[in-house]
Write a protein that binds this ligand. Sequence first.
Ligand code: NAD
Length: 359
Amino acid sequence: MQAKKIVFLPGDGIGPEVTAQAEKIVQTLIQEGHDIETQTALIGGAAIDSCGTPLPQETLSLCKQADAILFGAVGGDKWDHLELAKRPEAGLLGLRKSLGLFANLRPAILYEQLADSSSLKLELVKNLDILIVRELTGGLYFGEPRGIQKDVNGEREGYNTYRYNETEIRRVARVAFELSMQRNKKLCSVDKANVLEVTRLWREIVDEVASEYPQVELSHMYVDNAAMQLVSRPKQFDVILTGNMFGDILSDIAAMLTGSIGMLPSASLNEHKQGLYEPVHGSAPDIAGQDKANPIATILSLSMALRTSLDLEQPANRLEAAVREVINQGHRTADIANEGLAIGTQKMGDYINAQLYAK
Ligand code: NAD
């Protein structure tokens, strides 16, 4: 069997600090005998400074050969004056496009000890564990034609196109059904089929795919209702499947139910299960270089990578258990510490690593 390959892309701001903690954990797994190879490459502002482009060819080639990419964060004031195509964020978008990462997975899990950070009452979010599967490379954000037309009856008019073809819908639906099979076999597809033809097609195709997964209980919900239900009765959901724009909004709502942005992992996958794994947060320039960032979002992104792209289910479970245990023991970085004593990024990484080692 070939070694599994992980490429680390630390990026900017707190990116290098948080990915360093995930690297420690991968080293522990390698010492245990898991056949994993790692490499590190430049992206974002760090790549602009060193090679003049946010996504160097060398980085792209390494990523194409990897099973999983662990991305930190990109961006910062220093590069804000650059035009959009040359800014750090273009590195991430270029990577998503080149690797065809069409399925974005955003778990929202509430750790009971951190329930104070949730925007909702404890009884509504206790044991919350939702997974949002968002289509990432199509829909309204990418549909053509698009633009701002100069003179339409004497004024300017902006327009975008909301399109999905059957293939785009079917492949992301399959990802959501597969993930439902690994969880509670309950899937809710969110659309606006009462108004938008494109989502009527979405509903039809999701129903078709459902016949391949008879064990999964499928429901459909309009997006306005889904937004209400997420904040009134979030625990009714297990896996939510939706398009690009609705997913963008709903996943941020779900994120807030769990509290700190420093705890939220994500994954973007293509049909070969190759994935880009990253914390939901950005480069946090306000705390960069101060050993204050919470590395848990990145560490949980690594556990998603182990499970989904490296087929290492057991180490992934152990890593998630280690995170839970360290939180149970009361260790907190500043963002989740409330008034209590906070530990730094490295210490949090060390505690989780030691806990993993002990298991
Ligand atoms: P941000 O997520 O970087 O920070 C928002 C707030 O959350 C800040 O107060 C920050 O200190 C805090 N925070 C973020 N991550 C944290 C962590 N792990 N631990 C503790 N606190 C954390 O968002 P922003 O301030 O809007 O953006 C800062 C920069 O990041 C910008 O240049 C933006 O373009 C970029 N950005 C990058 C990505 C990405 O790389 N995927 C995503 C969002 C924003």
